[in-house]
Design a protein around this ligand. Structure first.
Ligand code: ZN
Length: 140
């Protein structure tokens, strides 16, 4: 069964005034920035554009929340830009975990207690460095 789609217009933030087609019952929406950061196995940080690449590491998104006014179409108002850091731990198959890191940390809750598997986790400056690069190069 198809879910109902509605046309909305975003209010405030980096996407102010932009029209968007979304599912009718969404309370909030997250719109990814056009650029994000990825990291190669050798630690090279790359600035990527468009769809998230498989080895993405830090992305940002603009959060909009539904605001219903009586007898009106719902309005989606800008809340904040959100930083998403991917868990740096490796799964048993040797692939980077798909989870989101705990705020300010490099691993997700499931991997926080575990011995860091990836070299990335052993570098305490990494997150700071990534944030600095993201602040300069990630565009909404
Ligand atoms: Zn994880």
């Amino acid at each position: 069964m198809d879910q109902e789609m509605i046309e909305i217009r975003l209010k405030g933030g980096p996407k102010n005034g932009e029209p968007l087609s979304i599912l009718a019952d969404q309370e909030s929406i997250e719109l990814p920035f056009e650029t994000h950061l990825s990291m190669g196995v050798d630690g090279t940080i790359l600035i990527c554009r468009g769809q998230l690449v498989s080895n993405w590491f830090l992305a940002k998104a603009s959060v909009y929340r539904k605001q219903v006014r009586a007898a009106d179409e719902p309005e989606y108002t800008f809340v904040a830009n959100r930083e998403i850091v991917r868990c740096a731990a490796l799964s048993r198959r040797g692939q980077q975990c798909q989870g989101e890191a705990i705020r300010g940390a490099l691993c997700c809750p499931a991997h926080a207690e575990q011995q860091p598997a990836a070299d990335l986790v052993r570098n305490p400056c990494l997150l700071k460095e990534l944030r600095e690069i993201a602040a300069e190069s990630c565009a909404a």
